[in-house]
Design a protein around this ligand. Structure first.
Ligand code: MLT
Length: 385
């Protein structure tokens, strides 16, 4: 029986995708894993593990590069929690402009003042005057599903929006409000934005992107919003910039010990995707992708393998993970044709150093021929479904 290990609490809406599987938080030697935030770098991978699906966007808790080398596909769920994160960013824009967090703390100190509270409120409120966001400039870094929703909502709230994304897809560009001004470099954002929000994955390229050199380019008093991952910002630099007033506020969904209690650091406890709606959406998308991969070998929304997906034809489907190197495809096809088997349909797609082949065959190849394929240099995994 196919086994799926659940490493975190996952919405029960995922259950129906695993009907007929063993689906539990105790499954041993699983064929698939579904995970939210559990750290997998120390997880001991079993030989038959086919895939890991993250119910969420960020995959920095999963060693995806190492898994690619073992032919283990890592999925994420881009867009499934985008609306929840967008709503958090809109809330944070208001928290960045107005002094609500300090004001709410202050109001609590009035407990016990009895009938004087209204008078004290009127007397003290001038300390908490803040600005409106309409008319201010928002810089958006990264136009994936979340960045687009944030940019369009900010336009609707009357903000001027500038943004950049070197990897902007045509579909995403078409989804952006025409009022969003695309700029070629982040420096143009830094020089103009009153508020900056980043929506990029944590990678070697984005780690510490908000360092001293970058923050020095910001307008004085700019508000930086980071709901992507804490490691995008150099925390000590951020704290110094808050102290000097270079940064007006730093608002993050990833608090650290150092940030807690720092004036004008607003720490949200990783609530971006914590809505029942987002949890349901992520669970359904992760479960659907994982079960489709296990049953049909289709890959959609992987972070370490290319998207390869096609309807089933033929009587057997061969799925092969291999290195993106010359002659490997012709060697594999030669092994199939040496058995006199017709290829009904096939797709072989590469992404960086890896590639994935789906081949629908009109006859079932022998076990021996699968072993011959496994022995081809550069082949990482061969699966017959
Ligand atoms: C994400 O990566 O999708 C968000 O940070 C929310 C989460 O980690 O669950």
């Amino acid at each position: 029986m196919t086994k799926i290990l659940r490493l975190n609490e996952i919405s029960p809406l995922a259950d129906s995708f695993f009907a007929g599987y063993e689906y539990s938080d105790k499954a041993e030697n699983p064929d698939g894993i579904i995970v939210r935030s559990a750290q997998m770098s120390e997880y001991k991978v079993n030989d038959n593990l086919l895939a890991v699906a993250r119910a969420g966007a960020g995959t920095n808790n999963i060693p995806s590069a190492e898994y690619a080398e073992k032919g283990i596909v890592v999925f994420n769920t881009p867009g499934a929690n985008a609306n929840a994160v967008k709503e958090l960013v809109i809330c944070e824009l208001f928290l960045g402009g107005r002094k609500f967090t300090d004001a709410l703390d202050w109001v609590r100190t009035l407990k016990g003042e009895g009938a004087n509270v209204p008078k004290l409120v009127e007397k003290g409120k001038s300390k908490f005057v803040g600005c409106e966001i309409a008319g201010k400039t928002l810089g958006v870094i990264g136009f994936g599903a979340i960045g687009i929703l944030v940019a369009n909502a900010a336009v609707a709230l009357g903000m001027k929006v500038v943004g950049c994304d070197p990897y902007l897809s045509t579909n995403n560009a078409l989804a952006l409000s025409p009022a969003v001004r695309l700029v070629p470099t982040r420096d143009e954002i830094y020089a103009n934005a009153d508020f900056i929000t980043a929506h990029v994955p944590l990678t070697a390229e984005t780690k510490n992107m908000f360092d001293a050199e970058t923050i020095a380019k910001f307008k004085n008093g700019a508000v930086l919003i980071n709901n992507s991952r804490g490691e995008l910002a150099d925390t000590q630099v951020v704290i110094a910039a808050l102290g000097s007033g270079k940064l007006g506020r730093y608002i993050t969904d990833f608090p650290t010990e150092e940030l807690i209690g720092i004036k004008n650091a607003i720490c949200v406890p990783h609530l971006g995707a914590s809505t029942p709606e987002a949890e349901d959406n992520c669970a359904v998308m992760a479960a659907k992708q994982l079960s489709d991969y296990i049953e049909n070998g289709n890959i959609v929304n992987s972070v370490n393998y290319p998207s390869v997906s096609m309807p089933r034809t033929g009587i057997a489907r061969l799925c092969i993970h291999h290195k993106n190197i010359k002659e490997i495809l012709s060697k594999l096809l030669a092994i199939i044709s040496a058995q006199g088997i017709n290829v009904a349909n096939m797709q072989d797609v590469s992404r960086g150093e890896y590639a994935y082949l789906i081949c629908d065959l009109d006859e079932k190849p022998s076990e021996g021929s699968l072993d011959v394929m496994r022995a081809v240099s550069g082949v990482l995994k061969v699966r017959l479904i």
